[in-house]
Design a protein around this ligand. Structure first.
Ligand SMILES: C[S@@+](CC[C@H](N)C(=O)[O-])C[C@H]1O[C@@H](n2cnc3c(N)ncnc32)[C@H](O)[C@@H]1O
Length: 251
């Protein structure tokens, strides 16, 4: 009898079909400005193609890395409906710490991913591998939440109507320790007042600091160039809960 290791969990296995319905981050133009700096951008943890597909529709070329098969399935389903965007996108299975493309890019984007790298070792492995995929002087742009999670029970967190169905999302959060938090997402699907489906997804999220990030970037051969508190290029101030980092490959 052969046994195989269980597939790694990335926290989006059950949530993937609902991701686009509820994700409302207004960061397409921000990441788009960076993606447009070079001939092609690398998008790490590209998810369902929420950023990559509209950027390809603007004429940009992207190579997308995504380890979670259900997220890639959503991405591929959307590409089938948009052959022009699909022609500008290469989508590959891969983890930030271990993907290997045998080529380097002028720009790498990583949106909504860094908090899923749960230990300093995991964060360093990812940054080192990403740096290896950047041209000298190439840029890595990524975002991260730096605030601890409040202890909150399951609370309504969005309602969307689509094709005669209503989709409801609930969110619970708690901090498990000084550097680890957990979110619980529940999705429910209703039609004609009847609940058709309920899905729950737990996600672990890391709590880190700008100081640690600067340190890890330096070890990976990257240096912070700019930091922002939002997606409008407003400079980051200590205490802000969102940190967006623009880092350059220096060796
Ligand atoms: C919040 S979603 C962001 C998706 C997309 N970047 C966006 O902005 O819509 C986080 C994504 O990171 C992926 N992810 C989690 N851990 C990862 C890792 N170690 N390496 C690469 N991607 C990872 C998840 O599978 C998921 O698709």
């Amino acid at each position: 009898m052969t046994t195989s290791a269980p597939a790694a969990e990335y926290g989006y296995e059950a949530a993937a079909p609902f991701y686009d319905l509820f994700e409302r981050k207004n960061n397409l133009d921000f990441f788009g400005e960076y993606a447009a700096l070079g001939a092609e951008a690398l998008d790490i943890g590209a998810g369902t193609g929420r950023l990559a597909i509209p950027l390809a529709q603007r004429g940009l070329r992207l190579t997308c890395v995504e380890p979670c098969a259900p997220m890639r399935a959503e991405f591929e389903r959307k590409l089938l409906a948009d052959p022009d965007a699909a022609a500008r996108i290469t989508l590959v299975d891969g983890d930030a710490a271990s993907f290997s493309l045998e080529r380097a890019f002028p720009v790498a984007l990583m949106a909504g991913v860094f908090e899923h790298l749960l230990t300093p070792e995991a964060r360093l492995a990812a940054l080192t591998n990403i740096a290896r995929h950047l041209e000298p002087g190439g840029l890595l742009v990524f975002d991260i939440f730096l605030a601890a999670l409040a202890d909150e029970p399951l609370t309504p967190a969005g309602r969307v109507s689509r094709d005669g169905r209503e989709y409801r999302r609930y969110l619970a959060t708690r901090q498990l320790g000084p550097s680890l938090g957990e979110t619980l997402l529940r999705y429910e699907v209703y039609q004609d007042g009847q609940r058709l489906q309920r899905v729950e997804q737990r996600q672990r999220v890391a709590l880190t600091s700008l100081e640690e990030i600067e340190n890890l970037l330096a070890q990976a051969g990257l240096a912070v160039r700019l930091t922002f508190r939002d997606y409008q290029f407003t400079p980051y101030m200590p205490g802000d809960s969102l940190l967006v980092v623009d880092a350059v490959r220096v060796r």
